[in-house]
Design a protein around this ligand. Structure first.
Ligand SMILES: Cc1ncc(COP(=O)(O)O)c(C=O)c1O
Length: 449
């Protein structure tokens, strides 16, 4: 079966059928939707893709965090088929479908928030859910401003592009929505020279206070939006001590803490959400945004907030035609059931332990491996020219990505300088596939350095 197989490349890449389709892609699609991979999928199973020429790839990108339960889980196919035989769609402003309610109830049960009284609404994409979280926060607090961070990625709509740090995603698109202010994210690998971690924490909190002093007074701030592990920004975890300090500042000033768990959610971190760890440490968010793996590949996203927040949002402000689509809700209910039953949180920690051990070994042996970091299976390896200078080594990562793809392993870069390899493999990957993937990645680094 494809899901149990190992990567195998049997044609030059891209193969003849893939080349023909990629050529048509160039003609039919905007080039702005970028891709560097020579892979045209015919089918996927587990963590494996078979392309249209019969090549087999091990997928460690998983649709950028969408495929935590892997491709084509048989129970998921059944659940979506069963729903499709009843109805595809019922718009919640007109006709209520119970799948939406069931999924909202489930999310209210599993999403860790400061409040135990919760409500959930659904949208179609991560960006759309972030927009809705911002709308809810502004409507509830009656305040205009939002604080985001250096390195943040929250999407590509105009509001979320304004919230996103990397301005190459927004070049030439202004004017942007107002009221977005940026503070410095605690990127400990690149903390100010000579600072201890404690001193660095004080430094980052001072930077936030500067935003309150010089840009937006705290009483004008509706929400602080944080990725618990920055994704596009380079797989940088928010240190718990910093999150606790942010929670305190939010409580002091009546600001809502929003966790953007679009990429970190659904067992990726070893818990259903990183906010589970936050909650245990006494700093749970007020609003949690999730998407990507929630419905195993059918577009769906969610905003979960306290009842108090959602009940304080004016009528008509939230909603949309497809948000909480019936097929997507049926799929999400099954995804969550599978994650819980197959205990993919424990599997995430197991995979993480194996890979981290290997990555740390590479860090000892190879001067280009600067940092290994992450939470659970949301891991990144930051590449540098050498460990002393820490100069970002984007070209090396670009070569590694290309080498890996040519040898049947899909990996992706991240970070402001595209110098981080991110690890987002489906949590159903087999031990043999992990070992093979590690071999390919190691030989890519050794060949390309
Ligand atoms: C943390 C985070 N927030 C928001 C988004 C935007 O999600 P979408 O692409 O579904 O709009 C992403 C996408 O990568 C993300 O990683």
């Amino acid at each position: 079966m494809l899901k149990d197989s190992l990567p195998e490349i049997i044609t030059p890449l891209p193969g003849p059928k893939a080349s023909a389709i990629l050529k048509r892609r160039e003609e039919a699609m905007p080039g702005a939707i970028k891709s560097v991979y020579p892979c045209v999928i015919r089918r996927g199973e587990g963590a494996m893709i078979e392309d249209v020429d019969g090549n087999r790839f091990l997928d460690w990108v998983g649709g950028v965090g969408v495929l935590n339960i892997g491709y084509s889980h048989p129970e998921l196919i059944e659940a979506v088929k069963e729903q499709s035989e009843k109805y595809f769609h019922a718009m919640m402003n007109i006709v209520t479908h119970e799948g939406y309610i069931k999924l909202a109830e489930k999310m209210n049960q599993i999403v860790p928030l400061k409040s135990e009284e919760k409500k959930t609404m659904f949208a179609n994409s991560g960006a759309e859910a972030i927009e809705n979280a911002v709308k809810a926060a502004r409507s509830f607090t009656g305040r205009p401003n939002i604080i985001v961070f250096s390195g943040a990625f929250h999407g590509r709509t105009l509001l979320t592009a304004a919230m996103t740090a990397k301005k190459s995603y927004a070049s030439g698109l202004g004017p942007f929505p107002d009221g977005i202010y940026r503070a410095e994210f605690p990127y400990l690998y690149r903390k100010p020279e000579g600072y201890s971690e404690d001193e660095a924490m004080d430094y980052y909190m001072e930077r936030l206070n500067k935003v309150f002093e010089e840009a937006s007074p705290a009483e004008y701030v509706a929400a602080v939006v944080v990725e618990p592990v920055q994704g596009e920004g380079g797989f940088i975890p928010a240190p718990m001590e910093w999150v606790k300090a942010i929670r305190k500042v939010c409580d002091l000033h009546g600001i809502l803490l929003v966790a953007d768990e679009v990429q970190t959610g659904f067992a990726r971190s070893g818990r259903m959400f990183v906010s589970d760890y936050w909650k245990e440490a006494g700093c749970a968010p007020d609003i949690l945004v999730s998407a990507k793996s929630i419905a195993g590949g059918i577009p769906l996203s969610a905003v979960t907030a306290s009842k108090e927040i959602f009940d304080g949002v004016k009528s008509g402000i939230l909603g949309g035609t497809f948000g909480g689509n019936a097929l997507a809700c049926a799929s999400a209910l099954k995804v969550i059931e599978i994650i819980e039953r197959e205990d993919l949180c424990s599997r995430s920690l197991e995979i993480a332990e194996r890979c981290r051990r290997e990555f740390l070994l590479w860090k000892e042996e190879l001067k280009e491996v600067g940092d290994v970091r992450g939470i659970g299976c949301m891991m990144g390896i930051e590449f540098v020219e050498d460990q002393e200078s820490k100069k970002p080594n984007g070209p090396l990562v670009s070569d590694i990505v290309t080498y890996c793809a040519q040898h049947g392993l899909l990996v992706e870069s991240a970070g402001a300088s595209s110098n981080v390899i991110r690890f987002l493999c489906p949590l159903v990957v087999s031990d043999a596939q992990i070992e093979r993937g590690l071999e390919i990645l190691r030989s890519a680094i050794e060949t390309c350095r």
